[in-house]
Design a protein around this ligand. Structure first.
Ligand code: IYR
Length: 331
């Protein structure tokens, strides 16, 4: 796979394509980052962007993981001490998952976001940003809570992080796109350069195939899940034999979450996928690409039950090292 394809595989959007192509032409030593509000347990949402960071490391880029403690605090996620504790656990699980310990730089937001220069830049952005503009940037991130002043400061700080961490590429889920668009608009106003962004897709809810998978409502798979939990959750997933399901009776769009998990979580991390089947049902099937697996599900060659069983065992293998780490940390 060429470098541009590796950098952009499974990305839902790159802003802009031209800027990312330029980066891909000479990726060595270039710096990319994802920021996470610390939480004690990693779930599939975190792992989707972590997969992208692993791709970028393979492409020769330096990777920075921002443990966004100040942002989590501004978003009402707990006391500062609680947040810092969970950040430590988060870091250990990312390394267990496969981020290279040597070449990944883990940075706490509070290490630089409370400095005088950063604060003055922040105030400058506050002066030139309307409340409406900042609030719109936060719509996907802050949940249903009534907006507080802290929610308006949050995206302006995320904007400055791109400059202060000296980055060449900002990575995030599609839910971060409005903040990254705000950053593109605002960084030049304070005489900083615009940097490209890459957004990973949002995976649909496992049981309905609608909307987005969420750790707060509905079902996600996390590093806390046992092998049996993973099997049970995947078994309950919506999996029609198509990658393009019809909307439900209320007209809500649906996706096939089982295929999405194969595409975004399993295929990027394994060379080939083996579906184990008894001889009387046709014997084992081996897939090297997501496309060939999806095509077999659509043609009926691969039964949804076999697809789910296989998905569960590969997901289990992916989360096993992090699960072990969590056990160790909790003693
Ligand atoms: N807004 C992210 C957390 C975050 C991301 C980046 I990139 C930052 O520079 C700061 C915070 C979230 O929703 O988790």
């Amino acid at each position: 796979m060429d470098t541009y394809d590796l950098i952009t595989q499974n990305a839902e959007e790159v802003v802009t394509d031209e800027e990312v192509r330029e980066l891909a032409a000479d990726p060595g030593g270039k710096r990319a980052y994802v920021g996470y509000e610390p939480s004690g347990v990693l779930h599939l949402g975190h792992l989707l962007t972590a997969n992208k960071l692993i791709d970028l490391q393979e492409a020769g880029m330096e990777v920075v993981v921002l443990l966004a403690d100040v942002h989590a605090y501004l978003n009402g996620k707990g006391t500062f001490e609680e947040i810092r504790d969970t950040a430590e656990q988060m870091k250990a699980q990312f390394i267990a998952y496969g981020l290279d310990e040597e070449s990944t730089e883990f940075v706490y937001g509070s290490e630089f976001q409370l400095d005088e220069e950063y604060t003055l830049d922040l105030h400058e952005l506050e002066l030139s940003t309307t409340m409406n503009r900042a609030q719109r940037a936060m719509a996907e991130i802050q949940g249903d809570e009534t907006a507080k002043v802290s929610h308006l400061v949050y995206p302006l700080m995320q904007t400055l992080d791109i400059e202060y961490l000296d980055l060449d590429l900002a990575v995030g889920g599609l839910d971060q796109r409005k903040v990254h668009m705000l950053a593109r608009e605002k960084l030049p106003e304070v005489d900083y350069e615009v940097r490209p962004a890459l957004h990973t897709p949002i995976v649909a809810d496992l049981t309905s195939g609608e909307g987005k998978m969420s750790s707060s409502e509905g079902i996600t798979i996390s590093m806390e899940d046992s092998t049996e939990d993973v099997e049970e959750k995947v078994n309950s997933a919506y999996c029609p034999p198509t990658r393009d399901p019809e909307p439900d009776e209320d007209g809500n769009e649906r996706e096939n979450p089982v295929l999405e998990l194969f595409e975004y979580h399993v295929f990027p991390r394994f060379e080939e996928i083996v579906v184990e089947r008894p001889e009387k049902y046709g014997g084992d099937l081996t897939y090297e690409t997501y496309e060939s697996l999806a095509a077999d599900l659509e043609s009926g060659e691969l039964h949804p039950a076999d697809a789910k069983g296989t998905l569960a065992s590969y997901l289990d293998e992916l989360i096993a090292p992090g699960r072990e780490k969590l056990r160790e940390l909790r003693g």
